[in-house]
Write a protein of this length. Structure first.
Length: 155
């Protein structure tokens, strides 16, 4: 994969509403992820020595606020969102115990659920350690890309 091809992928992510893009060609793999701060960073693990992360600035966000309005507090929960379109499953097989329960403490990397997409079972893992506050979808329900699946209160 050439540097020009990577730049084209960065431009594609910057110009669209795509939150994450991963391309693999042979041994080379590139992942471009748009962060919540509005930046996009490219990571190329197979070519890390040849290519450092490339930040791309997003369009500035303008917030309108009146002087009398008090700032709203930051949300105290983090939403785990679906990275793909598919069917949500809370357990590995019918009749098995769910991967997690409300009130359970989870660590980074803990499997929270499975999303089936095109006959592939994709495990969704926790990105933060915390307590499961809410399960936002029902078992067997179809989910969309970016749909919130769980609310986790970080600890």
């Amino acid at each position: 994969m050439t540097l020009d091809e990577i730049r084209e992928l960065i431009d594609l992510v910057s110009e669209t509403a795509v939150a994450e893009l991963e391309v693999q060609r042979g041994e080379n793999r590139v992942r471009i992820r748009r962060s919540f701060a509005g930046d996009t960073t490219v990571y190329a693990p197979a070519m890390a020595a040849a290519l450092a992360p490339v930040p791309v600035a997003a369009a500035p966000v303008v917030a309108a606020r009146t002087e009398s309005a008090a700032p709203k507090p930051e949300p105290t929960v983090i939403h785990v969102k679906s990275p793909i379109v598919g069917t949500f499953y809370e357990c590995a097989s019918p009749g098995a115990a769910p991967f997690v329960a409300i009130g359970e403490h989870v660590t980074v990397g803990k499997v929270l659920c499975i999303i089936e997409s095109m006959k592939l079972m994709n495990e969704i893992e926790a990105d933060v350690a915390g307590v499961i506050e809410a399960k936002l979808v029902q078992n067997g329900q179809p989910v969309e890309y970016g749909e919130s699946l769980f609310a986790i209160r970080p600890v």
